[in-house]
Write a protein that binds this ligand. Structure first.
Ligand code: AMP
Ligand code: ZN
Length: 474
């Protein structure tokens, strides 16, 4: 597989440290709020990468952290702990917040077909590991104590800016009013490994350490958790592009200073989901969640298809118009597959199967070109081959794409069988579709008119998360 490596700024052949085995680490969510659909774009694309690697035969170990401590309001180590902020907002404890939003995150992942990594580790579970790393960094003189905190000394690195294209000024990213620069730092880019002093004295979660009672910095969590499960040599590290600096840059600095050798070979960064107003972000307060999309009547799979339609290294603009296009494509795709189902027991043409499977793999082998992989799926539907071959290929591709295509087609088949010969039901469904479209276009008068017309004929509409259902009065 060719994969773009942010470290070298080139597409490279993926060569694992151990033949046939990939160790992959993903920065998990900071669980102080719901994940927004931008965060989930990153997790969808990373999920496709993991599944593709398995599809082509690698034995993959995938590890992810859950950030439940130490991620401050600014990525440049200042401000209040995001978890504490979340707890205050909801008048709950940090642990309650962490549990609630971790569960919500995995529920969103489940709806979007994102596989849970092999290992999921909350950051609060590995304190001893971070302390051991920090101790060694102090011994090796890569870290120093100042004002009660332990800092990593970035000037000790031969080349600190591992990704080259970031500057000290980028540390201002995320810094908001009321956040002051930390005067304990010897160099502007230095970062905290362990906090014992913070102007936010009510930090809830604290642990004993050789430097006093305190808590870990956000960056050390990912190095500690990754090394605990993947060892000293990591193949692929994933995350959203905003994590490249300072988070991943700091992870590289401290891990390589600690280990004394190169740590991770490939850095896979997913670019942002943007709205008309810029990057979608939790701190802006207004963001879209999977539940919100469902409330508006969208199947989460439509959002997954929307994400797969563009390359992970391009920023993606979200709009409901774009999502509607994806919804229409998904509906057509499922209808075409449903039409194949009656002939599903026919013979599979092995040559055709192998050819299309190879095309699909080639698309993803080329730096995870998901939109070409989706095109390969359309090519299967258009191909001159048996329905059984097509269905076998669709099931095969869906191991990676996870669009739930065959199950959705089977559901459609059952629904249309129930509607068969029933003109009234077909008319009601058309009316419901027209009302949904009117609501989306904010034409509420038309939506109400349709509801009233149906009511006059004894049809009651019930709006649910899965869409509008109806009841007919006997
Ligand atoms: P957080 O929960 O803030 O720690 O972020 C979780 C993941 O989502 C990280 O890998 C971020 O880099 C990524 N991320 C944050 N905002 C966006 C966005 N608008 N689009 C895509 N990925 C994002
Ligand atoms: Zn991380």
């Amino acid at each position: 597989m060719q994969i773009y490596n942010s470290l070298t700024h080139t597409k490279e052949e993926l060569i694992p440290n151990e033949p046939g085995k990939i160790k992959m680490y993903t920065c998990g969510p900071t669980v102080y709020h719901f994940a927004h659909i931008g965060n989930l774009r990153s997790y969808i694309m990373e999920d496709v990468l993991e599944k593709h690697l398995r599809f082509v035969g690698y034995d993959v170990l995938r590890v992810m952290n859950i950030t439940d401590v130490g991620h401050l309001s600014s990525d440049g180590d200042t401000g209040e702990d995001k978890m504490l902020k979340g707890a205050k907002r909801e008048k709950k404890s940090v642990l309650e917040i962490a549990k609630y939003y971790t569960d919500a995150f995995f529920e969103d992942c489940r709806k979007l077909g994102i596989k849970t990594p092999d290992i999921v580790q909350p950051a609060t579970g590995c304190i001893a590991e971070y302390i051991a790393i920090v101790q060694k960094l102090i011994e090796k003189e890569f870290a120093y104590e100042a004002g009660g905190n332990i800092y990593f000394d970035t000037s000790k690195m031969e080349s600190y800016y591992a990704f080259h294209n970031f500057e000290e000024e980028d540390l201002e990213v995320g810094v908001r009013e009321g956040v002051e620069a930390d005067t304990n730092k010897r160099n502007k880019a230095d970062f905290v490994l362990w906090f014992t002093k913070s102007k936010f004295d009510d930090q809830e979660l604290k642990w004993e350490s050789p430097w006093g009672i305190g808590y870990p910095g956000w960056h050390i969590e990912c190095s500690g958790i990754s090394m605990k499960y993947c060892g000293e040599y990591l193949d692929i590290h994933c995350g959203g592009i905003d994590n490249a600096f300072p988070h991943h840059t700091n992870e590289i600095a401290q891990s390589e200073a600690y280990l004394g050798h190169k740590w991770c070979n490939y850095w896979f960064h997913v670019h942002h989901l943007n709205t008309a107003g810029g990057k979608m972000s939790k701190s802006k307060g207004e963001f879209l969640t999977v539940s919100l999309l469902e409330e508006k009547g969208y199947d989460p799979m439509v959002y997954r298809l929307f994400c797969l339609g563009s390359h992970y290294r391009k920023s993606l603009v979200f709009s409901f118009e774009n999502l509607d296009n994806a919804a229409a494509s998904y509906k057509k795709l499922v209808a075409k597959i449903a039409a194949l189902l009656p002939e599903r027991d026919g013979a599979v043409d092995k040559d055709a199967f192998d050819k299309h499977r190879a095309d699909f793999c080639a698309a993803l082998d080329n730096d995870l070109n998901t939109s070409l992989a989706v095109t390969a799926l359309y090519d299967v539907l258009k191909a001159q081959t048996s329905a059984a071959t097509k269905l076998a290929l669709i099931a095969e591709f869906d191991k990676v794409l996870t669009l739930n295509l065959i199950a959705a087609a089977e559901k459609l088949q059952v629904e249309s069988a129930a509607d068969d010969g029933d003109e009234d039901t077909a008319w009601i469904r058309e009316m419901i579709d027209a009302r949904t479209a009117a609501k989306k276009a904010k034409n509420f008068a038309e939506a109400d008119r349709i509801r009233d017309e149906l009511a006059a004929k004894g049809v009651t509409l019930i709006d649910t998360r899965e869409g509008t259902k109806f009841e007919i009065k006997a």
